[in-house]
Design a binder for this molecule. Sequence first.
Ligand code: ZN
Length: 274
Amino acid sequence: MLVRAKKGEYAVAAFNILNHLTLSAVLKAAEQERSPVIIQTSVATVKALDPAALAAFARPMADAASVPVVLHLDHCQDVAMCGLCCDLGWDSVMFDSSHLPFEENIKATQEVRSYAQTKGVDVEGEVGIIAGTEDDISHEETSLAGYDDTMRYIKETEVEAIAPAVGTAHGLYSGVPEIQFDLVGRLAADSECPVVVHGGTGLEDAVFRKLIELGATKINISTALKLAYVNAMREYIEENTGTVNPLKLDGFVTEKVIAMVVPFLKLFGSSGQA
Ligand SMILES: [Zn+2]
């Protein structure tokens, strides 16, 4: 999916879903836009829903969609959890050992990838440290990826996608992020490995366009979905204090999540690619 995106000069959006409702909404938006899409689950979500229970509804829903869907595990620092998700039907996993010293990061990633390969599962790796909080994983400061380190990591681990820390961050931005556009461009030009940008929520449209132009092919959106989901619930409940109608609540929230997803698919150029 990402190799195709790189050739087509667009990016695939990866949304961190939280439950059945948000998964269903993202799939509906992708189908409406005829767009490929990546469904991501954080480790916290996987644990909260139970890995097997989540796979039991997410896998068939992804397969039944009329557009290409990849089910991906986001930021996992736990080798056993990566292995379990490989066993349970995820298409790809992000193994994040970027907090380890560089040589150990390579070694740990190689170990996870060699198991994932036996299950036909792809691996996304990280070099440098992406700042901010993504559920259970939190880093105060960015440690930018170096070009040489990242190229070596790609070569030695043979990961199917690379998330270099380029100055974007998880959560909400308090100022304007200093993004290393040059690094994104050089990595995308010099390596076949698709480049992933984390921390997509809150970036300007022009920044997204520039990243995609430079060759970024997967862009992660998590916080925007959380906000759309919770704000829609709050809005519906505040406006309907006299009634109790969970199905109408869910319908309202679903529409709001779809309305959040669609503009990203259009902006990233993936609309109409499926
Ligand atoms: Zn991330």
